[in-house]
Write a protein that binds this ligand. Structure first.
Ligand code: CA
Length: 440
């Protein structure tokens, strides 16, 4: 760890810290430096809060009952003593940080609490993972500028980026009821489609089913109706992050999207990774917002903050994999469709929140924001299959001999994320995955 610690780093970030949970040490996603929160059901048990540590989950209510917490950490653990994390999210940063520091102590290799905590672990492989919060509202942004440009080209070849894009963090209000946890299968939607060359639409299964690689943002403390959140303090309203797959039916979208934007092309399902990666865990992986290209307009003052420009972006590698029935039958590993990074976001999370609330809209604990599809500039970094196959024109060839222009029934789409930086332990998000079921 660098000698001079930024203010938001502490001993819980020390890369030398190891855990008595052996599988945590060197774990790709959940070393002791991560400590993400989630809701799980042990075999035969009711949903409850837990903390991922290596291949295990620490049962948070059981740790509370064992007397392992005091002060702010106890307040946080008590708030998490139900079947969702909304009350913990509402407490904000202080108690969440206290809980993290205490969990780091309890789980560290030299902890005097080891004997008390050892019996409170569940093997992650044996549990069910759920949505971590009751999602009141879900908003999807469009801050991946390479995606906006690539898709804009497909829909409007001579006018890819609309004139508002570099001024407004574009978004729309999505549907919370159909957001499902990773692992829940997703059924191919039916809808109204205008076939190429036809003069009247048909109703049937989408033939152009796609994924969208997004960063999900969990809202912690909310804001009162009519009280905008300033961009400089917007980070205080973030409880954590997840991976989000905003499944999209491109043929339904192309017909329905004008003039009001996405509707049934998006509302049939969105998948989220179940672990809430806290802002504290991601603190080492913050970076300056990449400078805007020469000629781009400066953001308006309500979207401008020096601290946000200096450290409001994230360096998180995002990966998309596909596993098909053909690959599985032949015992072949999943095929990598893309490797992207959150640094390709044109607007920061704080700018998204400041804009969302700038007219007075109130955010509430457990609300979920999607970043929009995060593509890099190259085809190998595309966050949707629409971009990878150039609108279905260039098929993806798999080692099984199969080809894909869009997703087929039985395909499993898997997102992963990894944050790494010299001098720190790298952490991951766990996976966000789902298999496509045939239309019904
Ligand atoms: Ca989206």
């Amino acid at each position: 760890m660098p000698a001079q610690l930024p203010a938001d780093l502490d001993q819980s970030h020390d890369p030398a810290r190891t855990s008595w949970v052996a599988s945590a040490n060197g774990h790709a996603d959940f070393p002791i430096q991560n400590l993400p929160l989630g809701i799980f059901s042990p075999p035969g048990g009711a949903p409850r809060a837990g903390v991922a540590i290596g291949d295990e989950i620490l049962d948070l209510p059981a740790a509370l009952a064992a007397g392992l917490f005091a002060g702010d950490a106890e307040e946080a653990a008590q708030a998490a003593n139900g079947s969702d994390l909304n009350a913990l999210f509402a407490l904000g940063r202080g108690p969440r940080q206290a809980l993290r520091r205490r969990l780091s102590e309890i789980l560290s290799a030299d902890s005097p609490d080891r004997s008390k905590a050892e019996g409170l672990l569940q093997a992650a492989a044996t549990v069910a993972l759920h949505r971590p919060a009751r999602i009141g509202d879900y908003t999807d942004f469009y801050v991946g500028i390479h995606h906006a440009t690539h898709v804009g080209k497909l829909f409007r070849p001579d006018n890819p980026l609309l004139p508002n894009y570099k001024h407004v963090p574009i978004g729309y209000h999505g549907r919370a009821s159909s957001i499902v946890a990773s692992g829940v299968p997703v059924r191919r939607p039916k809808g109204q489609i205008m076939p190429p060359g036809a003069t009247a639409p048909v109703f049937g299964p989408s033939q152009r089913l796609d994924y969208e690689l997004e960063l999900g943002v969990w809202i912690g403390t909310g804001n009162d109706l009519g009280e905008p959140v300033p961009v400089g303090s917007a980070g205080d309203h973030v409880a954590g992050f997840c991976l989000l797959n905003d499944w999209s039916a491109r043929d339904i979208q192309a017909w329905e999207y004008q003039p009001l934007g996405p509707f049934l092309a998006k509302n049939f399902a969105s998948s989220i990774s179940p672990w809430v990666i806290t802002p504290e865990a991601l603190a080492p992986f913050r970076m300056a917002q990449p400078p805007r290209p020469a000629g781009d307009p400066a953001p308006l003052p309500y979207l401008t903050d020096a601290g946000d420009a200096a450290a409001g972006a994230f360096d998180i590698e995002l990966e998309v994999l596909i596993s098909t029935e053909g690959l599985k039958d032949k015992g072949l590993p999943p095929h990598r469709l893309a490797l992207s990074n959150t640094r390709h976001m044109y607007w920061t999370v704080a700018q998204m929140i400041a804009h969302h609330t700038s007219g007075g809209c109130n955010l509430q604990p457990g609300d979920l924001l999607g970043s929009g599809t995060i593509s890099g500039p190259t085809r190998g970094a595309s966050g949707s299959i629409l971009e990878t196959t150039d609108g279905g024109r260039e098929p993806i060839r798999l080692a099984s001999g199969e080809e894909r222009r869009f997703l087929a029934d039985g395909d499993e789409v898997i997102f992963t994320a990894r944050a790494r930086r010299g001098g720190f332990a790298s952490i991951g998000f766990g996976s966000c995955r789902a298999t496509i079921l045939p239309a019904r």
